[in-house]
Design a binder for this molecule. Structure first.
Ligand code: SAM
Length: 324
């Protein structure tokens, strides 16, 4: 079957699956405190439905899947789902984004299930600041989770730090921490997803990149499978830092991904409204040919780019609803 190529010539081979929209944290840029718009469990795609739909995507060239959320480790039996997705013919890589608060309980099983790579969110190394930004006093749990991830054999682990005014003064110390620990760092510009994220105090990472280049003697590098991030590294390549800059320098022209929500809605762009629902097809007896045709039609809807910079007020969806 021919691959999925959108109207702008981009080959779509990466799907981010939100396995739940629920989370044990309330990160200030993601889910507002008191949010109660969670999807009903009856509407969550079950594992058979996910396996079938992703299997059909894989027939059309899907190669990489990432579990995200919400917090994916909150979905009951997530390792079983990982095992089933990792085993799909055509899927070469299954990764997972997590806040790591429960990683100590799951790391070994995830590795055994076929998860190859982990991204862990860490916005600060100061306990009271973690509590303020992430909404819960969880720094110790995150650090324990990171240790468990490392002990389970995940290497290298990537650390995701959303850069904002509140933690800008910690960027250098998180760089130093990642150098010491052997973690890859990715600095992320806060995206205007919902009111809560818009209030966070956006930081342009371009000057930060130049400052880190000088201070740590970093050089430009290419990181295989690095996705949209632009990377700098130490000359010995022992440390790498990526910059995900959707606002200051967008990377839509190379976007190869789509996002599937827990209730089976395919979003074609994180920052736009184009979407297609698959749950009615999966539950309504659609045959494979019909679903394959719908996937192709959906990819044709993928917009050229987001407008986070031009229209920051546009999106009322919070990040946990689409899956980060
Ligand atoms: N709970 C998991 C985690 O912590 O990685 C997975 C979901 S989370 C939504 C995925 C990533 O999106 C995290 O690194 C988080 O920091 C990031 N994120 C959430 N809201 C964001 C926003 N408004 N702008 C930029 N990144 C955001």
């Amino acid at each position: 079957m021919t691959a999925l190529i959108d109207r702008f010539g981009r080959r779509i081979e990466y799907l981010r699956l939100s396995v739940t929209d629920r989370c044990d944290l309330r990160c200030a840029y993601c889910i507002p405190e008191g949010f109660n718009g969670f999807e009903e469990p009856d509407d969550w795609l079950n594992f058979d439905e996910v396996e079938r739909l992703l299997g059909l995507f894989a027939q059309l060239g899907l190669k990489r899947v990432r579990f995200t959320g919400g917090e994916p480790l909150l979905r009951r039996n997530v390792t079983e789902l990982a095992r089933r997705v990792a085993a799909l013919p055509g899927v070469e890589d299954l990764s997972l984004s997590t806040n790591a608060t429960q990683l100590d309980k799951h790391a070994l099983a995830l590795k055994a299930a076929g998860v190859t790579r982990l991204n862990v969110s860490l916005d600060s190394l100061r306990p009271e600041r973690v509590e303020r930004i992430n909404g819960r006093p969880v720094l110790d749990k995150i650090l324990t989770g990171l240790e468990a991830g490392r002990a389970a054999g995940f290497a290298p682990i990537k650390i995701n730090m959303v850069a904002m005014q509140e933690n800008a003064d910690e960027i250098d110390s998180i760089v130093a921490y990642c150098i010491e620990q052997g973690f890859i760092l990715r600095l992320i510009e806060v995206m205007p997803m919902g009111d809560t994220a818009r209030k966070m105090g956006y930081i342009n990472l371009q000057p930060v990149k130049e400052r880190l280049r000088q201070r740590f003697g970093l050089i430009d590098t290419v990181f295989p499978g690095g996705g949209p991030a632009r990377y700098l590294a130490t000359p010995d390549r022992n440390f790498t830092v990526g910059f995900i800059t959707p606002i200051s320098q967008h990377f839509c022209e190379t976007c190869n991904r789509v996002r599937l929500t827990v209730d089976g809605v395919l979003h074609l762009c994180l920052g736009q409204e184009e979407r297609v629902e698959f749950r009615p097809l999966l539950r309504g007896g659609a045959d494979d040919a019909e679903i394959l045709a719908t996937i192709r039609r959906a990819i044709d809807l993928k917009p050229e780019r987001h407008e986070f910079r031009e229209q920051p007020e546009k999106l009322i969806r919070f990040m946990n609803m689409t899956g980060g």
